[in-house]
Design a protein around this ligand. Structure first.
Ligand code: SAH
Length: 194
């Protein structure tokens, strides 16, 4: 896809959502740390007074994330947990402005350590319950492999069932990008009208 486009990939759409929703002082969640690049971006956006809670089940992901954050002076803003994201409510307080999920496995690592539909759904529901009014969930899906397709279908079905009076659910899919093209779901918890 063209590098000239405003948001040529699911990851670009996610990155733009991070910028759109987050302000200094906010609380954010990175549900899939991987190499830590999203976590570092979230830490930059929430500023010195903000907080980012990060999760991964691979010790190596925490090692890499911690190193990246330390190198950029962002470590004091983050709490990193070697723990499944489906358990995030045990450590994350309500009032989350943005929760980011980048599903699948870490390129170059063990493909058996992919996110899985059942725990992903539990985590998406947990994150939604923690959102502040006006906050959002951002989920990048990779339907190019069978479990990734199941995950995408499951999160899309979940989002489709959300009451429109409470949530805005937008599913970004590149319809001419082939069946395996990564997609990005954004769910915003609507703030009550004043
Ligand atoms: N597909 C993406 C990278 C995804 S990384 C890309 O191409 O860029 C997904 C991360 O989720 C991995 O680091 C993996 O260890 C982690 N993960 C898998 N199951 C998890 C769970 N239950 N809770 C938290 N992280 C999990």
């Amino acid at each position: 896809m063209s590098g000239q486009a405003l948001a040529p990939s699911a990851r670009h759409i996610a990155a733009r959502a991070f910028e759109g929703y987050l302000r200094a002082g906010d609380t954010a969640v990175d549900a899939t740390l991987g190499r830590g690049r999203d976590c570092a971006r979230l830490c930059e956006l929430v500023g010195e007074t903000g907080r980012v809670f990060g999760f991964d089940v691979q010790p190596q992901a925490l090692v890499e994330t911690r190193a990246l954050l330390a190198q950029r002076g962002l470590l004091p803003r983050a709490g990193l947990f070697l723990m499944g994201h489906e358990r995030m409510a045990e450590v994350v307080p309500p009032g989350v402005r943005l929760a980011a999920f980048n599903l699948g496995w870490l390129p170059g690592h063990d493909k058996r350590l992919t996110t899985r539909t059942d725990t992903t759904l539990q985590a998406v529901e947990a994150a939604l319950a923690l959102l502040a009014p006006g906050g959002a969930l951002v989920v990048c899906c990779y339907p190019g492999h069978p479990e990734g397709k199941r995950e995408q279908d499951a999160v899309e079905a979940f989002a489709r069932g959300l009451p429109p009076s409470l949530y805005l659910a937008l599913f970004h899919r590149f319809v001419n990008g082939g069946p395996g093209a990564p997609s990005c779901l954004v769910v915003e918890r609507l703030a009550p009208a004043v």
